[in-house]
Design a binder for this molecule. Structure first.
Ligand code: SF4
Ligand code: SF4
Length: 135
């Protein structure tokens, strides 16, 4: 048995389809949905733990891709070195779920990890390299 954390990005025409149901039924996978949300442009994102036979997981991923779902293996954690952050806000521009945002009174960066979908886009956006991925 293997366990993977995946980030799925659904195009607008797929957000209301029972795609994760097929992962369970057709590929015998155990699914734990950690986060699911739809953004303004109606693109759906979901973070889930998938557990099962490795070959069946790979078949499930191939099925998702055949349904135009983008699949990324997710980081286990994202950490922010607050002591070295200069609150420039560059990372907030790439964070779609708004887990990273500048407080508009203090102009300090705030990180709400509950909203993070582990897409890793902020990591490259930080000029000081203070955001790190943990696998
Ligand atoms: S990984 Fe970074 S950019 Fe992606 S949701 Fe989390 S904080 Fe935002
Ligand atoms: S890009 Fe880096 S330095 Fe700028 S606010 Fe984000 S974490 Fe801080």
């Amino acid at each position: 048995m293997v366990r993977k954390k995946l980030v799925l990005t659904f195009p607008p025409e797929r957000v209301d389809k029972p795609i994760t149901y097929h992962l369970v039924k057709d590929f015998d996978l155990v699914i734990n949905i950690l986060r699911a949300e739809i953004h303004e442009e109606e693109v759906g994102r979901m973070v889930l733990d998938v557990e099962g036979d490795e070959e069946r997981i790979n078949q499930g991923i191939a099925y998702l891709k055949s349904q135009d779902v983008k699949v990324q293996e997710a980081a286990r954690d994202i950490t922010l070195d607050e002591a070295n952050c200069v609150d420039c806000g560059a990372c907030t521009a790439v964070c779609l779920p708004k887990a990273l945002r500048l407080n508009n009174e203090t102009w300090k960066l705030e990180f709400d990890k509950e909203k993070c979908i582990f897409c890793e886009l902020c990591v490259k956006s930080c000029p000081l390299g203070v955001i790190e991925i943990k696998f």
